[in-house]
Design a protein. Structure first.
Length: 497
């Protein structure tokens, strides 16, 4: 079974993986250079990182067909470290990031994705689609009309070529777009921006090197805050991307293995002169839409990248940026969840608020972690408020009117604790009050404190109070933190009044 699964991951889609890997590699080159510039390091740092991470994650990752490399979200977090301490500290911070991500995998922190609601995922996807599009605007600003014409023609090829009989289903349309636009640019002698204009491509293979920094506590104090931030952002983006690719391919990923795989990849990148990276939604979507499904596509994307920038740099540098802009616009359009806009009127207001807030924060800050944090926080608050409204009570008075029974239904926790207290009439003259909790559940210390307060108030009025129907989980937390069944403690509390 394991052998069959491994064979499928690697060799179940050879033709599609071979061609899609080439498309991804071509799109990776200018992005890796741009992210290097963003992090204020040499372009080789981003290109070597993309090669190392893509090749390594192909073997160690938990999601076949997903592409990992140097990313803008990670690059933004490195700027201050590079400015203040230099490249060597960035390399050792990258290695520590990998160690922390491996630790997160063994702690099974990948399961935390279950706390991310669909509204947050949709907001994340839409925000990334917007960011991908905005990232193309510099290539479309202050340029000649030839650039716009090339981009438009590139989109024409990308969207219509798949419908060409036979050939359209064999060769990915983005690859055709790159080839045709490059031929047009050279044949017509157009003076437009090319890949070679984005930065100098390396002419040597990456070599193993250990960062030249002192291995002491002072170094750890410097790099740990950056490594911790890189760990969180890297895992968030990787796990969110895995969720999206899961949906696109209708398959499942191993999230904890993905955490470990990202960690191993970053350690390798740091040891070969590269910066920290993570999964890339844009490149992953390009890979999937170009026919890539297996680990082979990710491996070949890294290998193609290195071959092209080291051995074929003269030819690669001639590719017009307009071709890559057209591909990224296609990715942006395909990534955006247009159905979320269409279905918004039928969604609950809280879901729409969570989605919009996630989009706004990610686009405003260019930081995925902030957006996901805000989205998860809002979703949790809305959920807490929602389930608190489902709590209600029924009461029953016995025949001689001396005992009243309260039947509590619902979840008692910090947001519903006050509502729970307000259910009871403490001034009603009763010999005894029975609180039936067989249809209630107590979740936290606030709920336990609310139950104690109810019992103490009744006993202050001279009313005997009995609690019945506690389920095992609720009884455990109440026995641990509560005082309602401890007469001595209650007498002490009442004595204080």
């Amino acid at each position: 079974m394991l052998f069959k699964s491994t064979r499928q991951d690697w060799f179940g889609n050879i033709r599609g993986d071979v061609l899609s890997g080439l498309v991804v590699a071509l799109a990776l080159i200018p992005e890796a250079i741009a992210f290097s510039v963003l992090a204020e390091v040499d372009p080789r740092v981003g290109l070597y990182a993309s090669f190392c991470i893509a090749v390594t994650i192909a073997f160690t990752g938990g999601r076949p067909g997903m592409v990992s490399a140097a990313t803008g979200a990670m690059a933004l977090l490195m700027v201050t470290l590079v400015r203040e301490h230099g490249l060597q500290y960035l390399l050792v911070a990258t290695i520590l990031t990998g160690v922390l991500q491996i630790l997160a995998g063994y702690l099974k922190l990948g399961q935390l994705m279950s706390f991310v609601s669909q509204s947050v995922v949709t907001g994340f996807v839409n925000a990334l689609a917007i960011l991908i599009f905005l990232a193309q605007l510099p290539e479309l600003t202050n340029v000649t009309w030839h650039v716009y014409a090339m981009v438009a023609f590139g989109l024409f090829i990308i969207y219509l070529f798949p419908y060409v009989p036979k050939i359209g289903k064999i060769i990915p349309s983005p690859l055709i777009c790159i080839g045709v636009l490059t031929a047009l640019s050279l044949g017509m002698g157009l003076e437009i921006r090319t890949v070679g204009d984005t930065g100098k491509l390396p002419d040597t293979l990456p070599i193993f090197l250990w960062p030249e920094v002192p291995l002491n506590f002072e170094t750890l104090k410097i790099i740990f805050p950056y490594s911790a931030a890189l760990t969180i952002v890297g895992l968030l983006e990787s796990l969110m991307t895995a969720t999206i690719v899961d949906d696109l391919t209708d398959t499942k990923s191993d999230r904890n293995r993905e955490c470990k795989g990202q960690g191993v990849s970053n350690i390798v990148a740091g040891l070969f002169g590269g910066m920290a990276g993570c999964a890339m939604i844009g490149q992953s979507v390009i890979n999937i839409k170009s026919g890539g499904r297996g680990r082979l596509s990710t491996l070949l994307a890294g290998i193609y990248l290195l071959i092209m920038v080291v051995f074929l740099s003269d030819g690669i540098s001639l590719i017009p940026m307009a071709a890559l802009v057209a591909i990224m616009i296609m990715v942006s359009i395909g990534t955006f969840s247009w159905g979320s806009i269409k279905r918004a009127p039928s969604y609950p207001l809280s879901s729409n608020i969570v989605m919009v807030a996630t989009v706004v924060v990610v686009v405003w800050t260019h930081n995925l972690a902030y957006g996901v944090f805000v989205g998860v926080l809002l979703a949790a608050l809305f959920f807490a408020n929602k389930i608190s409204h489902f709590m209600y009570t029924e009461t029953e008075l016995d025949k001689d009117s001396s005992t009243r029974t309260y039947y509590i239904h619902g979840q008692v926790f910090f947001n519903s604790a006050e509502k729970f207290i307000n259910f009871f009439d403490f001034k009603e003259a009763m010999d005894k009050v029975v609180i039936n909790l067989d249809r209630a559940h107590f979740w936290d210390v606030s709920a336990v404190a609310a139950l104690d307060k109810v019992v103490i108030k009744f006993r202050r009025e001279g009313t005997e109070t009995e609690i019945i129907g506690l389920n095992k989980a609720s009884k455990t937390i109440i026995d641990r933190f509560g005082v309602y069944d401890n007469p001595e403690e209650i007498d002490r509390i009442l004595g204080g009044h």
